[in-house]
Design a protein around this ligand. Structure first.
Ligand code: ADP
Length: 202
């Protein structure tokens, strides 16, 4: 794909329970931004289809889906949205939540998107993270949030696989936000990091 055809993107990075989804949904309401959560994209696949079954075989154990498959599913999803007229790549910047999650995905994504800003939601307190995830499991139908062992595993996978993603990006693109604040304060900080980095007005 030639450079001019790549999508513009903002990344929301952070561990499970850091609030990427909460923030992404709101930021994605801005006229020229579209929120895309990789977990939601996977959960939207028919669980009886081959890829849907494959996704569940990983997610219910707290494992990551393989990189090539993840990027393929992501790309296909964006192309569908473009065909449906929901995304106009000339106008929209994608707000990516949950992708890339490995250094290999960073490389694969380079063929698809140009990253304009990386917002890192930092939540150091592991017990507070677990409490958030357990709370979420009670409110939503998330089999991967229901079991403490699976949650612990997802946090470990995050530490091992996803934390290095932060360092894979140029420091000039990176903004750090304290995610251990009330959601509105996090939103204020996230929005502040994006002003001036997204084309047109946000
Ligand atoms: P979390 O709230 O833990 O960040 P998500 O909803 O983002 O969870 O993702 C749920 C599951 O979907 C993950 O545990 C993983 O199995 C799979 N998944 C989501 N995004 C990716 C990705 N970029 N690469 C590989 N697997 C992914």
């Amino acid at each position: 794909m030639p450079g001019a055809d790549k999508y513009s993107a903002i990344l929301l990075l952070g561990g499970p329970g850091s609030g990427k989804g909460t923030q992404g949904v709101i930021i994605g309401q801005m006229p020229n931004l579209v929120h895309l959560a990789m977990g939601d994209i996977f959960r939207g696949i028919d669980p009886n289809a081959e890829i849907g079954k494959e996704f569940l075989s990983y997610s219910t154990k707290g494992h990551l889906v393989p990189d090539e498959l993840t990027i393929r599913v992501f790309r296909h999803h964006v192309e569908e949205k473009i065909r449906a007229g929901e995304i106009d790549p000339a106008y929209h910047t994608l707000v990516l939540d949950g992708i890339p999650r490995t250094v290999e995905q960073v490389k694969l994504l380079e063929g698809v998107a140009v990253v304009k800003r990386v917002v890192y939601l930092i939540m150091e307190d592991r017990e507070a993270l677990i409490a958030r995830l357990v709370g979420r499991a009670k409110k939503s139908d998330r089999p991967d949030d229901a079991d403490r062992a699976v949650i612990e595993n997802r946090i470990d996978v995050y530490e091992r696989e996803t934390r290095p993603v932060v360092d894979a990006y140029n420091k000039k693109l990176l903004a750090r936000v304290n995610a251990d604040q009330p959601p509105l304060a996090v939103l204020r900080d996230v929005a502040g990091c994006l002003v001036g980095y997204v084309s047109a007005s946000i």
